[in-house]
Design a protein around this ligand. Structure first.
Ligand code: FPP
Length: 252
């Protein structure tokens, strides 16, 4: 993690920052192609930008960041790229774990981790356990994650409880359902940022983003620096979040 502390820009109101930001880091491949580089160069640069966004979140008081690192659909990419990404996750995590831990970052992985390489799973277990009590910033990394897969998985767990008589079907409610998701009792995202001009959710946090504000930017993720992040937060601060009601909750 980059260790230069960053001040909250003066035009951002610390009382109106999103507590939880979700991020779809898109456009790595296009960034590399534009420069005549292999796609993996875009992913490498993406890691650098991610480190900087994490630094901003921590220094500016954002409590949680959830990033989409690898979807259930991403297995369809060329073998070499998938293999590179798995190694990149492992290398970056190994390199940054101690620094993140000492800065109070709690690392969590969401998704079906059973399909990942064994060495990565071991490192994930280590990072999760080591940082589990940290409270400054929760950093959730979605790997082999799919929103529909997560919902089906929750349904299966609940179905089993009902089948074995441990739960009455009439007791199923939103709170119970949320607890069975990979995100368990995390805060729901206040703001989703997707880079590279795409305006889709792509199966990311489908349940959790029912009331999330969306921000789409044409900036490709490897160019998504702190100035671009700052712009996203400014846009968020102008929103009037009503959660289906007519009272304003932010601009009161
Ligand atoms: C999407 O861009 C990006 C990914 C599938 C990978 C994102 C992963 C990282 C930035 C590394 C994160 C590292 C850790 C440790 C969490 P794309 O390749 O689909 O871009 P394109 O749409 O331009 O082809």
């Amino acid at each position: 993690m980059n260790n230069t502390i960053t001040q909250l820009p003066i035009d951002l109101d610390s009382q109106r920052l999103p507590q939880h930001v979700a991020l779809i880091m898109d456009g790595n491949g296009r960034w590399a192609k534009k420069r005549g580089l292999p796609r993996i160069a875009g992913h490498r640069q993406g890691v650098r930008m991610l480190k900087d966004i994490l630094r901003c979140c921590k220094d500016w008081g954002i409590k949680a960041l959830t990033v989409y690192a690898f979807s259930t659909e991403n297995w369809g990419r060329p073998f070499e790229e998938v293999e590179f990404l798995m190694r990149l996750f492992e290398r970056a995590l190994k390199k940054e774990l101690d620094a993140m831990h000492s800065e109070g970052v709690q690392i969590r992985f969401i998704g079906d981790l059973s399909a990942l390489p064994q060495s990565l799973v071991q490192l994930i277990d280590l990072a999760t356990e080591k940082t589990q009590h940290n409270q400054t910033l929760q950093f959730n990394i979605a790997v082999n994650y799919g929103g529909r897969d997560e919902i089906i998985n929750a349904c299966r767990q609940i179905g089993e409880l009902v089948q074995t008589g441990k739960l009455d079907a009439s007791d199923i409610n939103e709170q119970l359902f949320s607890l069975k998701l990979y995100t368990t009792n995390s805060l729901e995202p206040d703001l989703l940022i997707r880079t590279s001009g795409e305006m889709r959710l792509s199966n990311f946090l489908l349940w959790q983003m029912a009331y999330t504000e969306m921000y789409f930017t044409d900036v490709l993720f490897p160019d998504f620096d702190r100035t671009a992040f700052h712009q996203a937060l400014l846009s968020y601060q102008k929103r009037d979040r009503r959660f289906g009601t007519i009272k304003t909750s932010l601009s009161a």
